[in-house]
Design a protein around this ligand. Structure first.
Ligand code: HEM
Length: 448
C-alpha cells in the first residue's frame, strides 16, 4: 500500500509518454469515434451507431484505465503519425490549459484552423494575436457576454416561445414529436435570433452552412466554392438588413476596427446555436424518464416563469452529460514546463469533455441526472465540467443560447406532456448511457 502511494506521488503532475500499443488503443476507442461522428456536423448514422455500442462509455473506461496506468494528474502524450497529441484528464490540467490562452495554449489550434477556418476564415475561434483580441471583444459586445441577460432578452424569449408553440401544436396534432420537426423548429429560432424575423424560413442559409460543416469534417478536403458563395451571399443579405431585435441589428451598430471582420464572426453563432437543439431533445428524454425532476421543472415554470432556474439547470445537465463540444482543442505555442517534465511546443492538446464530465472518480454525480449541481454551484466550480469551455476563450454566446433554450424547453413542458416512445431510454436507477443519439428519440405528446 505504502509502495503504491509513493509510486502515485512520484507520477503526479508530469507528462507520460504513452506506449505505441496504448496509443493505438486510445486512437481506436477515443479519437476515431470522436472524429467518425463528425466534429463539426454530426453524421446521424454514426451517432446512432455510437448509441448502439455506447461508444462514449467505452472511451471513459479506456481513459480511466490509462490514467490509472500512467498516473493521476499526468498528461498523456501520444505520438501519432503526423502529430504529437497530449490528453488532459484531470480538473487541474483542464484549468491550466484553458486559463493558458493565448500563451502557452492557443485556441486557434492546427486542426481547428483547417476545419473551422474553411467557413469562417476570420472567425475568433481560429484567430490569434491582435486580430483575436479585436474579434473576441466584438463577440462579447454583440453577445452581451457575462451580463447574465442579453439586452434583447425579451425578444429572444418571445421568439423561443412562439416557435415552441408552433412545434407543440404540430406535435399534438400528430401525437408524436420526432427529431426532424425539432430540428426545423430550432433552426427557425436561431435564424430569427441571429439574423432576424425575415430569415425565419431561409432554410438555405443554415443548410448551406451545414453542408460546409460536413465538408469541414474531413479537414483537408477542398471547399466547395459554390456552396460557400451561396452561404455568404445569403448571410450578408440578412446582416445588411439588420432586422431590429436580432443580433444582426446589434452587429450593425457595434463599432469595430480594421481587424474585426464582423460578418466572419456570425457563422460560428449559427453553427453553435444549432447544437443546442440536440441538447434540448436529450433534456426532454431526461425529464420524461425522471418524474421527480420533471415535477420540479413544472413547479419552476409555474412559480418562477421568469428565472426558470430549475429548467435552466436541466438544460445544463443535458450538455454536461452529452457535451456538444466533445473535445476541446488547443496547441502548445512553446515548450511548457508541466510538473517535472516538458510538454513540447507544437503539441496538440485535447481535453476530452466526454471523459472529464463523466469521470466518476472525480464527480460523485458523473452518471446521474442531477440539475441541483448547477443550482448550488458544484458544477460551476469544477474545472472537469466545461460544456461551454472556460478561461479567456470560454463561449461568449452562453447567455444567449441558455436563455433561448431554457424558454423553449419551458414552453414545451408548459404546453404538453412528453413520454418517450423511441430511442435509447435513460433510466434513473442505472448509470446514464455514455452516448445518447437524439436522432432516434421519439416522444408521444399529450395535453398538460
Ligand atoms: C449549446 C450551445 C453551445 C455550446 C455547448 C457552446 C460551447 C462552446 C465551447 C465549448 C466553446 C469553446 C471551443 C473551443 O475552445 O475550441 C465555444 C466557443 C465559442 N462559442 Fe459557443 N457554445 C454554444 C452556443 C453558442 C452560441 C449560440 C454562440 C453565439 C451566439 C456561441 C459563440 C461562440 C464563440 C464566438 C466561440 C469562440 C470563442 C473564442 O474563441 O474566444 N456559442 N462554445
Amino acid at each position: 500500500m505504502v509502495a503504491i502511494r509513493a509510486r502515485e506521488r512520484t507520477r503526479a503532475d508530469g507528462v507520460a509518454r504513452v506506449s505505441p500499443t496504448d496509443a493505438a488503443l486510445i486512437c481506436g476507442t477515443v479519437l476515431v469515434p470522436l472524429v467518425a461522428r463528425g466534429l463539426l456536423a454530426r453524421w446521424p448514422l454514426m451517432v446512432d451507431l455510437g448509441d448502439l455500442v455506447d461508444a462514449d462509455r467505452v472511451s471513459v473506461r479506456v481513459l480511466r484505465r490509462m490514467r490509472a496506468k500512467y498516473g493521476r494528474g499526468r498528461v498523456l502524450l501520444l505520438r501519432l503519425p503526423k502529430r504529437r497529441l497530449a490528453l488532459v484528464l484531470d480538473a487541474e490540467g483542464v484549468r491550466r490549459v484553458l486559463e493558458g490562452e493565448p500563451e502557452p495554449f492557443t485556441v486557434a489550434n492546427l486542426e481547428k484552423r483547417h476545419a473551422v477556418g474553411r467557413f469562417q476564415p476570420k472567425g475568433v475561434l481560429v484567430s490569434s494575436g491582435p486580430e483575436r483580441r479585436a474579434r473576441r471583444l466584438f463577440n462579447e459586445e454583440v453577445l452581451d457576454t457575462g451580463r447574465g441577460l442579453p439586452r434583447q432578452a425579451e425578444t429572444f424569449a418571445r421568439v423561443a416561445r412562439e416557435e415552441a408553440a408552433v412545434l407543440l401544436e404540430f406535435a399534438k396534432e400528430r401525437g408524436e414529436l420526432r427529431w426532424d420537426e425539432m430540428r426545423v423548429s430550432w433552426a427557425r429560432v436561431l435564424r430569427r435570433i441571429v439574423l432576424g424575423d425575415k430569415a425565419r424560413d431561409d432554410h438555405a442559409v443554415t443548410d448551406t452552412l451545414f453542408r460546409l460543416r460536413r465538408e469541414a469534417n474531413w479537414g483537408y478536403a477542398p471547399r466547395s466554392e459554390r456552396t460557400y458563395k451561396e452561404f455568404r451571399g445569403r448571410l450578408e443579405a440578412h446582416l445588411r438588413r439588420a432586422d431590429e431585435g436580432s443580433l444582426a441589428a446589434v452587429v450593425a451598430r457595434t463599432p469595430y476596427g480594421p481587424e474585426t471582420a464582423p460578418y466572419d464572426q456570425v457563422p460560428q453563432w449559427l453553427f453553435a446555436f444549432d447544437s443546442a437543439g440536440l441538447v434540448l431533445f436529450r433534456a426532454l428524454a431526461l425529464l420524461a424518464s425522471h418524474p421527480v425532476h420533471e415535477a420540479r421543472a413544472r413547479t419552476a415554470i409555474e412559480q418562477d416563469p421568469v428565472a426558470l432556474g430549475y429548467v435552466r439547470a436541466c438544460v445544463l445537465e443535458s450538455v454536461r452529460l452529452w457535451p456538444t463540444t466533445p473535445a476541446i482543442l488547443r496547441d502548445a505555442t512553446r515548450d511548457v514546463a508541466w510538473g517535472g517534465d516538458v510538454l513540447p511546443g507544437g503539441t496538440g492538446v485535447l481535453i476530452p469533455a466526454v471523459f472529464t464530465q463523466r469521470d466518476s472518480e472525480a464527480l460523485p454525480y458523473a452518471d446521474a441526472f442531477t440539475p441541483d449541481v448547477w443550482l448550488d454551484g458544484t458544477a460551476g466550480a469544477d474545472w472537469s465540467v466545461v460544456p461551454f469551455s472556460g478561461g479567456p476563450a470560454a463561449c461568449p454566446g452562453q447567455d444567449v443560447v441558455m436563455l433561448a433554450s431554457t424558454v423553449f424547453l419551458a414552453s414545451l413542458l408548459a404546453g404538453g406532456v412528453f413520454r418517450q416512445t423511441g430511442g435509447r431510454r435513460p433510466t434513473p436507477e442505472l448509470p446514464l448511457p455514455g452516448s445518447l443519439s437524439p436522432y432516434r428519440l421519439r416522444f408521444s405528446v399529450g395535453g398538460p
